[in-house]
Design a protein around this ligand. Structure first.
Ligand SMILES: [Zn+2]
Ligand SMILES: [Zn+2]
Length: 336
């Protein structure tokens, strides 16, 4: 079968590899769609926790084609999506409901072969049936939305909060839609690219502001005392650094975008103390697949409009190597 393999950082190929044999607790999925995410570019560049060689791809939808010998209650032909996180269930963090911090953490498409392939093996407990009303493309968004649900549940945005999001990429725009649907008084999003801001407006986010030299003043006019919640969805360290200055006293700041592990920013501990700020991180997802599935299925957010490119397996090495795809595209989706 055909698959995309990152042999080691900077080396990616389309190859014929062996069709996976299911272990007794695994199923085989024929992949239909798989989202390409910033993490895949990080794995290609070698600056994330990947193991090599690896078939990347962790935002998968597809159809069950084979069942391991221990599995009952699932039929061949079932349409599914996949939670990529594999937790040991036995360590301290697993036993305290924090599987995303499992001390033996593995993830499909990161440390085990994932969805940039015609078929993939998936542990049965990682599989979620999707309703007939949900397309395979929508199902490929359940994983990123699930990460956002995890982050937003931690943030606990309260009635009447004014929220600022840096970055109108796919993550920023999914987040903005979910927050707008919730109880915020306003959602403001900023980006360097006018096309992204146009898309934000078509998705109902009216305060979509160009990040140019007038940004500071425009944001000051919207929230003279600062925002209750500020989220960095760019993963650009400089943006994460200035995000703090836009928070209101007692405000919350979340670093959601993935910066490079080598990045450092300057924070004044005195400012965090004196202005009574709260700073949050958010890693992956943790038992938030069902709520994400429901949010997409009930059209609380529009994910389809975020798809800018549909590519095939043969295109993927070019996509992973391309600066243009990385910087200019919205959501790139593998279609098989
Ligand atoms: Zn991802
Ligand atoms: Zn564990």
């Amino acid at each position: 079968m055909k698959a995309v393999i990152i042999e080691k950082p900077g080396q990616v190929y389309v190859k014929e590899i062996q069709y996976p044999k299911p272990r007794k607790d695994e199923i085989i999925i024929q992949v239909k769609n798989c989202g390409i995410c910033a993490t895949d570019f990080h794995i290609y560049n070698g600056d994330f926790v990947g193991s090599y060689p690896i078939v990347p791809g962790h935002e998968v939808s597809g159809t069950v084609v084979e069942l391991g010998s221990d599995i009952s209650g699932l039929k061949v032909g079932t349409r599914v999506t996949v939670d990529p996180g594999i937790y040991c269930g036995a360590c301290y963090f697993c036993k305290t409901n924090r599987g995303n911090h499992c001390q033996n953490w593995q993830a499909l498409g990161v440390t085990r072969n994932g969805g940039f392939a015609e078929y993939m093996a998936v542990p049965y407990k990682n599989v979620y049936k999707i309703p007939n009303s949900m397309s395979f493309i929508e199902a490929a968004f359940v994983e990123p939305v699930s990460c956002i649900v995890y982050g937003l549940r931690k943030l606990k945005i309260i009635n009447g909060d004014n929220v600022l999001i840096f970055g109108a990429g796919p993550i920023g725009l999914q987040m903005a839609q979910l927050i707008q649907h919730g109880n915020a008084a306003s959602v403001t999003i900023t980006d360097l690219k006018p096309t992204r801001l146009e898309l934000a407006k078509t998705l109902g986010i009216s305060k979509a502001i160009l990040s140019d030299d007038k940004l500071f003043q425009v944001l000051k006019d919207i929230a003279p005392l600062g925002f209750d919640v500020v989220i960095d969805a760019t993963g650009v360290a400089k943006v994460a650094e200035i995000a703090i200055s836009y928070a209101k006293n007692t405000g919350k700041i979340m670093f959601f975008g993935v910066c490079s592990p080598k990045d450092k920013i300057m924070i004044s501990p005195f400012e965090v103390y004196k202005r009574d700020l709260e700073i949050y991180g958010s890693f992956a997802l943790c038992y938030t697949f069902y709520p994400a599935l429901d949010l997409i299925n009930n059209k609380v957010l529009d994910v389809k409009s975020l798809v800018s490119d549909r590519v095939c397996l043969d295109d993927l090495p070019m996509v992973l190597k391309s600066k243009k795809f990385r910087e200019d595209s919205m959501k790139i989706i593998l279609e098989i």
